[in-house]
Design a protein around this ligand. Structure first.
Ligand code: F6R
Length: 577
């Protein structure tokens, strides 16, 4: 979701900015642009669609300055058009800005601009920031930016160029990630440090901080006073990566799962999760929380919950001291999850983040954190992010025999990936690709996996899929099942065999076509089509049973010719609430 890049002190600035934007592509976007100063005037170059379009436009750009800002936009206020695309120029052309976040009082600010005779040309909230800067400018950029920051309500990370200071970038942020990098004779800014090349140190701007970037280094400010925030050495987590011969990042990342799981178990086996747990996350991360809930309750013997981050912030559910809020997030930047972490802190819960990106916002907001070792995930639809979260929690909860089973999971995952290559999996994908509606059902640990299977199919094929607890089907949704409706049944727990068989027969009695994802011979025999997965502890099975579901969704998406790695409307990192 929206990405910011900026450099000062780099030759071939236009090309450098485009390379940076390519590294931010994974966040999801629908237009992109850059701005720099040429012969004392600010110039913005923009393109709707892929960065390759912007690249074509900037191939021969050789501005006389070595300073510029760039942006990938994921539309929130207004459609993805050239005029809505960043960078935005101020009415008099003095400022160019890029912005990530949401300005909540944009209506009032728009009215304010209009009352001063300035008519914004785009539908965005971001453009207003450029105009406000020019309206507040009295020759001192920092003073103008401070004034504007005070006027803004909401979340924002902003990079500013001013035509009067063509080699400087000003940056300020609140509730939206922005990192400043310093290298030899240049300075940089980005929404994600991994997008920066050649930097030696990184400083993560805190809420209310600002930075003035020059090629010689950055100065930091808080409330108008110089501050010296701690700088971290830059470690390139970024095998920001190549497809290694795979057709898509998603496919590559699916196959990386056993290794990611093994690395995660090795790194986290000594970390402990205790007490009553509330797992909090969004999308697949929430599903990971649901999938490990039965294990947590079984091991800890305490009531545990899984809660959507967006619901947690408006519910009263967890108020007790002693509860540990486990914030699950691949990116560590999801705005709803960050808000939930802040709310959990306010409610005096212990907060524990499980993220895949070291130094991400959640690691700074939560009291404790653990980092999964999935490596960079580029495909928008998560695969190894989900399984590493499941494995991380399993590793931190278990000891003795069960911990040994956790260590063996990567082998079971290898086998499950092989099962996902069978004729049956291919047949399932073909059937789903031509079905308007698909059901995914499961219970206990299989419930979260069923939801995850449905989400994977929806997001990359655009087929309507419903994930539902097996037991719930008869309470209404079964009315949607008719001749040939595919129902994917996830079953890994022997204690539920009779119940699953009963559900299968009630689905088949209504003409439903059952696709079993299971290690159970009876369930295989009762299904119309079955993908047989290796047997493992039913509390740990989500890391295994989800793999054929990912693979089936992937194949169906390829059959339909979808943009697998960058599905429409989706962003990798959802940084607005
Ligand atoms: C689905 C997917 C999303 C994310 C969700 C939370 O494939 O990737 O549902 O799981 O947006 O993102 P993180 O885990 O980064 O907080």
């Amino acid at each position: 979701m929206c990405g910011i890049i900026g450099y000062t002190g780099k030759k071939n600035i236009a090309q450098e900015l485009v390379v940076g934007l390519e590294k931010l592509e994974y966040r999801g976007y629908d237009s992109a642009g850059i701005a720099y100063c040429e012969h004392g005037k600010l110039v913005a170059v923009k393109a709707v669609g892929r960065i390759s379009e912007l690249k074509k436009l900037t191939e021969v750009s050789r501005p006389d300055s070595a300073c510029g800002i760039g942006h990938t936009r994921w539309a929130t206020h207004g459609r993805p058009t050239l005029v809505n695309c960043h960078p935005h120029l101020s009415y008099g052309g003095k400022f160019a800005i890029v912005h990530n976040g949401i300005i909540e009082n944009c209506k009032q600010l728009r009215a304010f601009c209009e009352s001063r005779g300035v008519s914004p040309v785009s539908d965005t909230d971001s453009e207003l920031i450029a105009h406000l800067l020019e309206l507040c400018f009295d020759g001192d950029l920092r003073r103008a930016a401070d004034k504007v920051a005070e006027m803004l309500k909401g979340s924002f990370a902003v990079g500013v160029l001013c035509s009067c200071r063509p080699n400087e970038i000003y940056a300020f942020s609140s509730r939206s990630p922005l990192v400043i990098g310093e290298g030899k004779n240049f300075c940089a800014l980005a929404s994600d440090g991994n997008a920066l090349s050649g930097v030696d140190t990184l400083v993560f701007l805190k809420d209310g901080e600002s930075a003035l970037l020059r090629p010689s280094g950055a100065e930091y400010y808080r409330k108008g006073k110089r501050v010296n925030p701690p700088a971290a050495p830059f470690s390139s987590a970024s095998a920001l990566s190549v497809k290694d011969g795979f057709a898509h990042y998603m496919l590559k990342e699916m196959y990386e799962q056993p290794e990611a799981a093994a690395r995660t178990v090795a790194a986290l086996s000594d970390v402990r999760l205790r007490g009553a747990l509330t797992f909090i996350g969004c999308g697949s991360s929430y599903h990971a929380g649901l999938s490990v809930l039965p294990l947590a309750e079984h091991v800890l013997r305490k009531p545990s919950y899984a809660c959507l981050a967006g619901e947690f912030i408006c519910s009263e559910r967890v108020k007790r001291r002693g509860t540990t809020a486990v914030l699950l997030s691949q990116s560590g930047e999801t705005a709803d999850t960050v808000a939930a972490a802040l709310e959990a802190e306010r409610r005096a819960c212990r907060t524990f983040a499980i993220v895949n990106v070291p130094s991400s916002t959640l690691t700074r907001v939560c009291k404790r954190h653990a980092v999964t070792r999935a490596g960079p995930e580029i495909a928008v639809a998560t695969t190894k992010g989900f399984t590493s979260q499941v494995i991380a929690v399993a590793a931190m909860l278990t000891r003795g025999q069960t911990a040994d089973s956790v260590k063996r999971l990567p082998f079971a995952m290898e086998k499950a990936l092989a099962a996902a290559e069978t004729q049956e999996a291919e047949e399932a994908a073909r059937l789903l690709a031509i079905s308007p509606d698909v059901f995914f059902i499961g219970r206990k640990a299989d419930y979260g996996v069923a939801l995850e299977g449905a989400l994977k199919l929806k997001e990359i094929t655009y087929i309507n899929a419903l994930g539902i607890s097996s037991g719930e089907l008869k309470h209404g949704s079964i009315s949607l099942i008719s001749d040939g409706t595919p129902v994917v049944v996830v079953h890994t727990d022997p204690s539920l065999r009779e119940k699953t068989l009963l559900t299968i027969s009630s689905v088949r009695a209504r003409g439903g076509f059952v696709i079993g994802i299971t290690d159970d011979s009876d369930v295989c025999a009762a299904s119309d089509l079955a993908v047989r997965i290796p047997h493992c502890d039913p509390f740990l099975s989500p890391a295994v049973s989800v793999l054929p579901l990912q693979s089936i969704a992937y194949r169906a998406a390829v059959l339909l010719g979808r943009d697998v790695d960058k599905p429409r409307n989706l962003a990798k990192s959802v940084t607005v609430e």
